[in-house]
Design a protein around this ligand. Structure first.
Ligand code: HEC
Length: 177
């Protein structure tokens, strides 16, 4: 009887302590609050990745074209928000590159209207590279290096001797943007 009481007491005691400990625990750690621009960028990134993912295909299905149409429209929409809400009048290059991102996405969207025509696939793939270049140039301009972390293992995917198809015109795009 005595042992039982002690045991019960012990359990009750432990429960009490547990409640106390848990109640006292700080709320689960919140992820560091992202800036609104960073959130928009993450959305742009999702759409960009969607088109990049299929950019190596030899053929686009109707569904692939739909992905391209939706993603490019999305990038246009999001870039417009970036331009209107996060303009940097003192940074000409940043401003220009945002506009470039928008026009390149618009061009990509336009290509979907010609999806049945010869060369449409190549044109769409070209636009992915144009876009990628715009991202890279702006991030480089601002000293942002996110891509090594964003695409872990990406480099290893390239076979030895294989190099990524360079983006057009600008040759100064960093490899590991
Ligand atoms: C005109 C400049 C500019 C262009 C073009 C641009 N970015 Fe960014 N990007 C930024 C800036 C500025 C930040 C940092 C935002 C912050 O942390 O407040 C950023 C951050 C990011 C981030 C990190 C967001 C996070 O979660 O912190 C990703 C991902 C990203 N950009 C993807 C892209 C992709 C993909 C493209 C091209 C389709 C692109 N960016 C084009 C300026 C640009």
């Amino acid at each position: 009887m005595v042992r039982r009481t002690i045991l019960t007491g012990l359990i009750v005691g432990i429960c009490g302590i547990m409640t106390y400990v848990f109640a006292d625990e700080p709320p689960p750690k919140q992820e560091k609050e992202k800036s609104e621009l960073a959130k928009l960028m993450s959305e742009i990134d999702k759409s960009y990745k969607a088109v990049e993912e299929i950019s190596g295909y030899y053929n686009y299905s109707d569904n692939d074209w739909k992905v391209i149409a939706e993603s490019s429209a999305n990038i246009v929409k999001l870039t417009k928000i970036v331009i209107s809400k996060f303009s940097r009048p003192d940074d000409r290059k940043y401003q220009d590159l945002n506009k470039t991102m928008m026009t390149e996405a618009e061009k990509m969207h336009e290509i979907v209207n010609h999806k049945g025509e010869q060369g449409a696939l190549e044109d769409a793939q070209w636009q992915v590279r144009r876009l990628r270049q715009t991202c890279a140039v702006c991030h480089k301009h601002l000293g942002i290096t996110i891509y090594p972390q964003l695409y872990p293992g990406k480099k290893e995917e390239l076979k030895p001797g294989q190099t990524e198809i360079p983006a057009p015109k600008e040759t100064s795009v960093p490899k590991d943007w």
